[in-house]
Design a protein around this ligand. Structure first.
Ligand SMILES: C[S@@+](CC[C@H](N)C(=O)[O-])C[C@H]1O[C@@H](n2cnc3c(N)ncnc32)[C@H](O)[C@@H]1O
Length: 312
C-alpha cells in the first residue's frame, strides 16, 4: 500500500499548489493559512496534520512550519503545482486505466484537449511549460552547448525549440553559429524576446509554425531536443521524413531508454502524449526507415545523448 497510497502524494501536491511552505515561513496557524489561500480552515488543518505525520511539516502548538524536507517542495513547484503544466499533466495519471485500455492519451481523456492544444488555449500554462523546460535543463544546458561541436553547423534550426533556451546557450558558446527556433506562436515570441535579452538577436530568429509542415530549408543542422519521445512512431516518422527532405544533418537529443530514462518516464510519455522513451537502436531504426543514417552518438549531459543522423 505504501506504493499505491494517493493520500500523501496528493497532500504534498495540494501544499505545493497553495504555496503552504512559503506562506508558513517560521510558523503559521491553519486559520491564518486558510485565510491567505481562501480554503477551509478545518480541512486545511487536517491536511497539515497529515503533512506533519509524514515529516513534511512540523507543529509547534497550533503553528505549522515546513521541515527541511518540506522546504524542498519549493524546488519542485514546476512538477507539483497543479496549476502549472507539469503538475497538471501528472494528475492525468488517475486516468491511466483509460490509456492502458485504449492506448489513448489520459491527458486528453481528462482535460478534453491534447497537451499541446491545452497549452495553446492557455497562455499561463504555456509560460509555465516553457519555464519548466528551462528549469529541468538548469544544470545540463551548459553541458549540451559545450560538449557537442555545434560550430560544425553554421546554421541550426531548433525544431520545437520552445522559448529558445537551448539555442541561446548554443549561440553564446559558439559565436560563429546562427540559428532559428521553430515552435508554436507564444513560445516563438518568447524565444525572440530571449534572443534580444541575451544579445544574440543578430544571429537568431524565431519562426511560429509546426514541424509537421514543410521545414525551413537550407539549414546545416535540424535539432530535435526532447521532441521525439513526445510522439508515437507514426508521428516520429513524419517529423524525421520532413527532416530528411531538408538534406541537413539531424541531431536528436534525448534521455534515451537505458541511458538516462526508464520505465516511469516511458509510462508518463504514453499517458500524456501517446509518446515513448526509445533506445538508441529503436531511434536508429525509425530514422533508417526515413532515409536517415545514424553517424555518431555523444553523451552531452549525464542523462542526455545526442544522436547525429545524416541523409543516406
Ligand atoms: C518537451 S518540449 C522541448 C522543448 C525544447 N526542445 C527543450 O528541449 O527545452 C517540446 C516542444 O515541442 C513543441 N511542439 C509540440 N508540437 C509541435 C509542433 N507540431 N511544431 C512545433 N513545435 C511543437 C512544444 O511547444 C514544446 O516547446
Amino acid at each position: 500500500m505504501a506504493l499505491a497510497d494517493l493520500a500523501t502524494p496528493m497532500a504534498v501536491r495540494v501544499a505545493a499548489t497553495l504555496g503552504l511552505a512559503e506562506r508558513a515561513g517560521d510558523g503559521a496557524t491553519a486559520a491564518q493559512l486558510a485565510a491567505e489561500t481562501g480554503t477551509s480552515a478545518p480541512a486545511l488543518g487536517r491536511l497539515l496534520d497529515h503533512l506533519v505525520t509524514v515529516g513534511v511539516f512540523e507543529q509547534d502548538g497550533d503553528r505549522y512550519r515546513p521541515t527541511a524536507l518540506g522546504q524542498q517542495i519549493r524546488d519542485f513547484l514546476p512538477l507539483l503545482d497543479m496549476n502549472r503544466a507539469g503538475g497538471r499533466s501528472d494528475l492525468a495519471f488517475v486516468e491511466l486505466l483509460h490509456t492502458v485500455t485504449t492506448g489513448g492519451s489520459a491527458y486528453k481523456h481528462r482535460y478534453g484537449r491534447d497537451f499541446w492544444d491545452d497549452l495553446d488555449v492557455n497562455a499561463d500554462l504555456r509560460r509555465s511549460f516553457d519555464a519548466q523546460m528551462a528549469w529541468r535543463f538548469t544544470s545540463q544546458l551548459p553541458q549540451v552547448a559545450e560538449r557537442f561541436d555545434w560550430s560544425r553547423f553554421p546554421r541550426i534550426v531548433d525544431l520545437g525549440g520552445g522559448d529558445g533556451n537551448l539555442l541561446t546557450a548554443i549561440l553564446l558558446a559558439h559565436p560563429s553559429v546562427r540559428g532559428e527556433v521553430l515552435d508554436y506562436g507564444d513560445s516563438a515570441a518568447a524565444a525572440q524576446a530571449r534572443f534580444v535579452a541575451a544579445g544574440v538577436a543578430d544571429r537568431a530568429g524565431a519562426i511560429s509554425g509546426s514541424f509537421f509542415d514543410p521545414l525551413p530549408p537550407g539549414a546545416d543542422a535540424y535539432v530535435l531536443c526532447d521532441i521525439l519521445h513526445d510522439w508515437d512512431d507514426d508521428s516520429v516518422s513524419k517529423i524525421l521524413t520532413a527532416c530528411h527532405h531538408t538534406s541537413g544533418t539531424v541531431i536528436v537529443i534525448e534521455a534515451v531508454r537505458g541511458l538516462g530514462s526508464g520505465t516511469a518516464m516511458d509510462l508518463s510519455m504514453l499517458m500524456c502524449f501517446g509518446g515513448r522513451e526509445r533506445t538508441i537502436d529503436q531511434l536508429a531504426a525509425l530514422a533508417a526507415d526515413c532515409g536517415l543514417q545514424l553517424r555518431a552518438t555523444t553523451t552531452v549531459a549525464h542523462d542526455r545523448t545526442a544522436l547525429e543522423f545524416a541523409p543516406v
